[in-house]
Design a protein around this ligand. Sequence first.
Ligand code: SF4
Length: 183
Amino acid sequence: MKLEELRQECSECKGCRLYSTRNNLVFGEGVENADVFIIGEGPGENEDREGRPFIGRGGKLLDECLEKQGLSREKNIYIANMVKCRPPENRDPKTDEKEACIGYLLKQIEIVNPKIIVCLGRVSASYFLGKDFKVTKQHGEIFEIDGRKYTATFHPAAILRNINNKPLFEADIEKISNLISNL
Ligand code: SF4
C-alpha cells in the first residue's frame, strides 16, 4: 500500500469522536522513504484549518532547527501525529482516540520504513517508549526496539513556552542527523 491510498482510507474515517469536530484531516507529510519519522500529538488550530501538520509557530521552529542539520520534509523527513483529527481546545488526545487512530500511524511507519522514529513530547514518547518515559530527563537517548531506532525530544510548543530548552532541542536534532548519516 502507498501513503496516498492510506490517506484516502483515513479521510473517510469516523473511528472516534474527533471526526465530528475536525475541519480537515491532518494525515501527515514528507517523503515516502524518509530516514526520519517524526511523531507529534495531534493537530492544532492552524493544522486543522490547512490539513497539514506542524505549520504554526512550533512547526516553523521545528523546520528551522531541522534545516540547520540538513533535514527537511522535502528531503528526508516524514511527520505525522498520534491522532489525525484535532482534539477540541487543543486538549491531549484521549486514550480511546489514540487507540482508534494508532493503526493509521503504524501503517504509515511500515510504509515509510524510517531509520529512526523521533517522538516529539510526552504523548507520543509515552506510547512508543513507555508510560514512565520522562522527556525532560531522557530526551536525546537512542533506543533500539524490534530492530528500529527510537528517540524522543521536546515538543516544539514546549520549546516556545521555555526557550531556555532550545539548545537541548537543537542538540537532539543534531544527534539524530549525525546518527542517520552513519547508518
Ligand atoms: S482521529 Fe483518527 S480514528 Fe479518530 S476520526 Fe480522526 S482519523 Fe479516525
